[in-house]
Design a protein around this ligand. Structure first.
Ligand code: C2O
Length: 536
C-alpha cells in the first residue's frame, strides 16, 4: 500500500459562467476541484489549508473512516471547523472499498463550489468484475448560482419560503451550449470509435436530484456508491446528490457529436427547477462544427415512476468475490418519519419559519463537535435519547396537513450498541410537502432492502424485502409519500451523521446522528484524535 499526499488550499477564485463573473471559494483554484486518486488499501493524507474568510471542513463522502471519525469532516459533528489561516491534515486509510466517491466541503452550503471526485482503484493486480474499459473519466454534475451561495442559504434559513434555485446545472463545472454565453463553457468527452469508456458519474448538486443521459448510446451501470452491481443497461439514469454511478459506454454509433444531458428530477409540489445542463460526446475526427444529435427525451421532471423502476432494477453484484453482507437478522428496529414543518420561532423575522424534522425533532447543531464531546466525556452537548419511532402513530402519508406540523428542537443522538444490526425505515410524510429525500449515512454503507409507496406496514412489508442482493450504498432516495428500509451492521464506533443530502432540507434540520458505542475488542474503539484536530 502507498501513501497518497495532497495539499488543498481553500482560496477565493474568480470564475465566470453565463456572462457572470464571481469570486467564490475553490480548492487550489479549480472548479470542480482536483480528483483524489488512491488504491484500495492506501493511506491518504490531505492537508487542507483555509485561505478564505470562512470556516471550512472537508468530508470524504462514502469513505467509511472506520474508528477514525476524526477524518470524516462534517462541521460540529466530528470536528470543529478549520478556521481562516488554519491547516488540518485529513489522514485516513482506504480499506475494503474501491470505486467512485467524492469529497466536498461540509459546512453551510460551501460544497456548492468546493467539491471533487475520489477515485479508488482496486488493489494492484485485482481486476474489475467487468471488461476492462479503454479509458476512464469523471463526470461531475453540479449547480451554478450567480449569487453568493451563502446569501441563498441565508434566504433559505431565515424566511418562511424556499430559497432561490440555481441559475444553471453543470457537467464538470460547465453548463453547456443551451445556456447563454456558454459555448466555451461546454464539456466535451473525446472518444474513439469502438472503444469502451468507464464514466464515473457524481451528483454534486446542492439541491437537485438529477437524470443523466447520452444521446444515441446505452449505458451499462456497473457500480453505485463504490459498490459493484449486476450490469444494468439503461438509456437514462437517475442520481441524487451524494450518489455516484459508474457506467460503461461503448462508442459504437455513427461517428458524430452527441449531447449528454443532466436535468432535475423533482416531484415536490413547489415550482420545479427545470434547467438542463448539456455536454458533448465527441467522436475523434468529427469537426466541432457538426451539429450534435439532440439530447434524448428524458423522463418528466416529476417522473417518480421512472425513478422507482430504475432503482428497483439495481442489484448488488453478490458474487463469490464480492458477496453481499446484508444483515439477515435485526437487533434494533428504527422508524424515522420525515417531516417538513413550521417552526413557531418567536425571534424569526416572520414569527415562524420552515423547518424539517425526523420524528418531529429538528436537529440543532452544537457549538462543540459531537465526536469530541463523546470521546472526551463532555456533558451537556447532546442527549443520547433520539426516539426509535415517531412520537405518535399517525397516517403518515394520508393525514390532513395539520396532523403533525409541530416540531421540537434538539441535539439528540441515537445510541447504538457496537456491532448491532440495525434496520432503519425512513418514512416520508405529507406534512407540508411530499417530496423525495436522498438520505446519506456517514461511516457506513447500508443495504437497501425495501421500498414502497404509502405507509410502511411492519406486518406485511418485510416479507417483500430483498435479502439476497440488495443494492449497497451510502445515499438512498426516500420516495415522495413512501418509505425506504435500510440495514447496516454498526461495526464502526463513533458519531455518524444521517441527513438529507438536499442542502436546503439539511439547513432546516433534516438530520440527526448515531452514537455507536465502542466494542470490547482491541480494534473496536474510536482511535485517539490527531494532534492537529481543530478546536472550536
Ligand atoms: Cu455528502 Cu454529510 O455528506
Amino acid at each position: 500500500a502507498d501513501v497518497q499526499r495532497y495539499q488543498f488550499d481553500i482560496v477565493m477564485s474568480n470564475v465566470s459562467r453565463l456572462c457572470h463573473a464571481k469570486s467564490m471559494a475553490t480548492v487550489n483554484g479549480s472548479y470542480p476541484g482536483p480528483t483524489i486518486y488512491a488504491r484500495e488499501g492506501d493511506r491518504v493524507v490531505v492537508a487542507v489549508t483555509n485561505r478564505v474568510a470562512h470556516n471550512v471542513t472537508i468530508h470524504w463522502h462514502g469513505l467509511k473512516q472506520r474508528r477514525n471519525g476524526w477524518a470524516d469532516g462534517p462541521a460540529y459533528v466530528t470536528q470543529c471547523p478549520i478556521q481562516p489561516g488554519g491547516t488540518y491534515a485529513y489522514d485516513f486509510n482506504v480499506t475494503g472499498q474501491r470505486g467512485t466517491l467524492w469529497w466536498h466541503a461540509h459546512i453551510a452550503w460551501l460544497r456548492a463550489t468546493v467539491h471533487g471526485a475520489i477515485v479508488v482503484l482496486p488493489a494492484r493486480g485485482v481486476p474489475y468484475p467487468f471488461p476492462k474499459p479503454d479509458a476512464e473519466v469523471e463526470i461531475i454534475l453540479g449547480e451554478w448560482w450567480h449569487a453568493d451561495v451563502e446569501a441563498v442559504e441565508k434566504q433559505g434559513r431565515a424566511l418562511g419560503m424556499a430559497p432561490n434555485t440555481s441559475d444553471a446545472h453543470t457537467i464538470n463545472g460547465k453548463p453547456g451550449p443551451l445556456f447563454p454565453c456558454s459555448d466555451k463553457h461546454t464539456y466535451a468527452l473525446q472518444v474513439q470509435w469502438g472503444k469502451t469508456y468507464l464514466l464515473r458519474i457524481i451528483n454534486a448538486a446542492v439541491n437537485d436530484e438529477l437524470f443523466f443521459t447520452i444521446a444515441g448510446h446505452t449505458m451499462t451501470v456497473v457500480e453505485i456508491d463504490a459498490t459493484y452491481t449486476k450490469p444494468l443497461s439503461a438509456s437514462t439514469i437517475q442520481l441524487s446528490p451524494g450518489q455516484t454511478t459508474n457506467v460503461l459506454v461503448r462508442a459504437d454509433q455513427r461517428p458524430g457529436r452527441y449531447f449528454m444531458a443532466a436535468k432535475p428530477f423533482n416531484d415536490a409540489a413547489v415550482p420545479a427547477d427545470n434547467k438542463t445542463a448539456t455536454a458533448i460526446l465527441q467522436y475523434a475526427g468529427v469537426p466541432a462544427s457538426v451539429l450534435p444529435a439532440p439530447p434524448r427525451l428524458m423522463p418528466e421532471t416529476n417522473g417518480t415512476g421512472f425513478v422507482a423502476a430504475f432503482h428497483d432494477r439495481l442489484r448488488s453484484l453478490n458474487s463469490a468475490r464480492y458477496p453481499s453482507a446484508v444483515p439477515l437478522a435485526v437487533d434494533r428496529r428504527l422508524l424515522y418519519a420525515i417531516g417538513l414543518n413550521i417552526d413557531p420561532c418567536a425571534s424569526c423575522p416572520k414569527g415562524s419559519r420552515l423547518a424539517a424534522s425526523l420524528n418531529n425533532i429538528t436537529f440543532v447543531m452544537p457549538r462543540v463537535a459531537l465526536l469530541q464531546a463523546h470521546y472526551g466525556g463532555l456533558k451537556g452537548v447532546f442527549a443520547a435519547d433520539f426516539p426509535d419511532r415517531p412520537p405518535a402513530r399517525f397516517n403518515y402519508t394520508g393525514a390532513p396537513l395539520t396532523a403533525g406540523l409541530g416540531t421540537s428542537l434538539g441535539t439528540r443522538l441515537s445510541r447504538v450498541a457496537y456491532n448491532a444490526s440495525v434496520e432503519l425505515v425512513l418514512q416520508d410524510t405529507n406534512l407540508l410537502s411530499v417530496e423525495s429525500h436522498p438520505f446519506h449515512l456517514h461511516g457506513y454503507n447500508f443495504f437497501v432492502v425495501g421500498r414502497g409507496v404509502g405507509n410502511f406496514d411492519p406486518a406485511k412489508d418485510p416479507a417483500k424485502y430483498n435479502l439476497v442482493d440488495p443494492p449497497e450504498r451510502n445515499t438512498v432516495g426516500v420516495p415522495a409519500g413512501g418509505w425506504t428500509a435500510i440495514r447496516f451492521r454498526a461495526d464502526n464506533p463513533g458519531v455518524w451523521f444521517l441527513h438529507c443530502h438536499l442542502e436546503v432540507h439539511t439547513s432546516w434540520g433534516l438530520k440527526m446522528a448515531f452514537l455507536v458505542e465502542d466494542g470490547d475488542g482491541p480494534d473496536e474503539s474510536v482511535l485517539p484524535p490527531p494532534k492537529d484536530l481543530p478546536k472550536c
